[in-house]
Ligand binder design. Structure first.
Ligand code: CP
Length: 302
């Protein structure tokens, strides 16, 4: 494939190839000289129409460690504010001899639309409530690193599933790798089609924690809520917030993940986020190697 638009479109073999390539790059970026010349003839534009800390910096570092030339675009201080369209914006950027585009956009399907209208490799860095493929890859890679394998593991995704692109990409990725997936949250934060995805559904967070080997805790995405959803943040944290006492009550150790940014004290307490259960910063570290692998493999297809 010429693009990475979603995990839905790629195979288990593709995912395993990305992981094997990321294993090599992880070793490279832990050396004193973190850089390889692989993409030195490639220019990449990171085009962000939505805020980001981790994904944006992680892609930029991945590109720089592959020796690509990099330009960064944020819609908030661009001519999008003067009414320029998405295709005009991207085609103008491509006229400056850009080969690959990494794009985050608030509209589901925006990178797919772009892929049909421009001549460049496109990597989806998150499209609204739809997919966030590199996040799912780095999440599964981090489970593989921590537990040895993803196949056969029980992963509970807990939180605002309805508005989460991380949840959808994680479900596709984990299932392709042979994990069992459960989603847990209040009914108002689960999409109506959820059972058609072949996941278990649980509303009791303590039962979800008891069931799983890995809990991936998600943020309540207030910015995507069209109407005021039940529960409120205070109610959510009371009924679904994960804290140390809940983990201490389990008869086993579980791994805790979060894609970030964390709303501390809402979906996750600091006594868990900063504990030995958490692999949250390992996820961020692995994001660079995963993105290097994705860009390297796509450049090879060019
Ligand atoms: N996990 C993630 O996508 O974080 P950012 O929104 O900061 O990129």
């Amino acid at each position: 494939t010429k693009h990475l638009l979603g995990i839905k479109d790629i195979t288990t073999d593709d995912i395993n190839l990305i992981f094997e390539t990321a294993d090599n790059f992880k070793e490279v970026i832990n050396r004193p000289i973190k850089k390889v010349p692989s993409l030195r003839d490639i220019t990449i534009a990171n085009i962000f129409f939505e805020n980001s800390t981790r994904t944006k910096l992680s892609f930029e570092l991945a590109e720089k460690r592959l020796s690509a030339d990099v330009v960064n675009f944020s819609s908030s201080n661009s001519s999008v504010k003067k009414g320029e369209t998405l295709i005009d914006t991207v085609n103008n950027i491509l006229s400056m001899k850009v080969d690959m585009v990494v794009m985050r956009h608030s509209s589901p399907g925006a990178p797919h639309f772009l892929s049909r209208n421009i001549k460049a490799n496109i990597v989806n860095a998150g499209d609204g409530t739809h997919e966030h493929p590199t996040q799912a890859l780095l999440d599964a890679f981090s489970i593989r690193e921590k537990l040895g394998d993803v196949a056969g593991k029980k992963v509970a995704i807990i939180g605002d599933i309805l508005h989460s692109r991380v949840a959808l990409s994680n479900i596709f990725c984990l299932q392709k790798l042979g994990a069992e997936v459960m989603v847990c949250g209040p009914t108002t934060l689960l999409p109506k089609y959820i059972s058609s995805l072949g996941v278990k559904v649980e509303h009791d967070v303590n039962k979800a924690l008891q069931w799983c080997d890995v809990a991936n805790i998600l943020r309540i995405q207030l910015e995507r809520q069209q109407i005021k959803y039940f529960p409120s943040l205070r109610e959510y944290s009371l009924y679904y917030g994960v804290n140390k006492k809940m983990l201490d009550g389990l008869d086993k150790e579980i791994v805790v993940m979060h894609p970030g940014p964390i709303n501390r004290g809402v979906e996750l307490n600091s006594d868990v986020a900063d504990s030995e259960h958490s692999i949250i910063l390992n996820q961020v570290e692995n994001g660079v190697a995963i993105r290097m692998a994705v860009l390297y493999l796509l450049a090879g297809v060019r």
